[in-house]
Design a protein around this ligand. Structure first.
Ligand code: FE2
Length: 331
């Protein structure tokens, strides 16, 4: 959403008091990224054990010896041998446009579909988040990114990508923006806004209508939802088990719980949620039937565990279940 739209929102609210919502509306189908090179709407075809490689918390900066980081990430991608790559935020910290474009070119170089969600640090750069959105919207080639900038949905990366089996949608990859910082009521990490939750509901309903059944989805974002603590408490009480990994630091979800997880349970579409943010947590937990999964930090920038750097494959099995492959490599 552009700042201009934010500034105009209160005026629009006064003028349109009879309307239930404000802003520029787009049909929900516009939020689905269509096709390889955007020519073929059904172009990501499922293959057996389709692997989505999650990379996270790259934090590339202009000051780095970037070759070291790119070489490491290249090793991780080659080892993972994925069918798609998703980066779950904090791509940059104090990066210039040149560094950002170098990273996007790097992701593009594997000739695989790739996309990104944004993290809270992605605004601490020598460019705006809006610039990054616009750049990715127009990247073309293997980039599957589409944020509608003149809409009334907060955030800079809210969209979906379908993975097809023939002409049927097999899985839906949903990217959501957990936004950056909150200054309203408390200072801290931002949260998913109500209109984003309404957008998610509409997306699941539309996809269900199109497929004739509830399509299972995977959601990627940066900051864990507050329920991460409930999930871990359930594990400590013996009510659920860890899928893998360990908790090495206090979790840092937003203070505000805006209720996305309740809607996820109500809708029954999302099987797993994949996020980063807490650099040395790498655990996954199944909680209330949904996988809560931290990524594996993919560079040694900022605080990290030297023994646990790499990435994780999310493996989509033919029977609909999900498996995981953790990839840890030496820097
Ligand atoms: Fe980070």
């Amino acid at each position: 959403m552009k700042i201009k739209a934010l500034l105009l929102a209160p005026i629009a609210a006064l003028a349109l008091t009879s309307c239930s919502s404000i802003g520029v509306h787009h049909d929900i189908s516009e939020y689905v990224v269509y096709g390889y090179n955007r020519y073929d709407p059904k172009s990501i075809q499922y293959v057996n054990d389709f692997k989505i490689l999650q990379l996270t918390d790259i934090h590339l900066s202009d000051k780095d010896n970037q070759d070291i980081h790119f070489n490491f990430m290249r090793k991780v991608v080659n080892e993972a041998n994925p069918n798609m790559i998703v980066v779950t935020g904090d791509l940059f910290t104090f990066a210039s446009k040149g560094t950002a474009k170098r990273f996007f070119s790097f992701l593009d170089s594997f000739s695989l579909p790739w996309t990104v969600a944004f993290g809270n640090h992605d605004e601490q750069c020598f460019f705006s988040v809006d610039w990054m959105t616009e750049t990715l919207n127009n990247w073309g080639s293997n980039c599957y990114f589409k944020d509608i900038q003149d809409d009334d949905i907060p955030g800079n990366c809210n969209f979906a990508i379908n993975i097809y089996k023939g002409t049927q949608i097999f899985k839906q990859v949903i990217i959501m923006d957990t936004n950056r910082y909150n200054f309203n009521g408390y200072w801290g990490y931002d949260y998913i806004k109500q209109s984003q939750i309404d957008w998610y509901k509409s997306l699941v309903d539309k996809t269900t209508e199109e497929a004739g059944e509830v399509v299972k989805s995977l959601m990627f974002y940066h900051i864990p939802l507050p329920e991460i603590d409930e999930a871990y408490a359930a594990y400590e009480k013996g009510e659920t088990t860890l899928l893998f990994g360990s908790k090495e630091e206090k979790t840092c979800p937003p203070e505000m719980n805006s209720g996305l997880f309740d809607v996820i349970l109500e809708k029954g579409s999302t099987q797993g949620m994949y996020f980063g943010h807490d650099h040395v947590n790498d655990f996954g937990i199944k909680y209330k039937g949904v996988d809560f999964v931290y990524g594996i930090k993919s560079t040694d920038r900022l605080y990290h565990n030297q023994e646990k750097l790499g990435g994780r494959n999310i493996v989509l099995h033919t029977d609909g279940t999900i498996g995981y492959e953790s990839i840890f490599l030496n820097y």
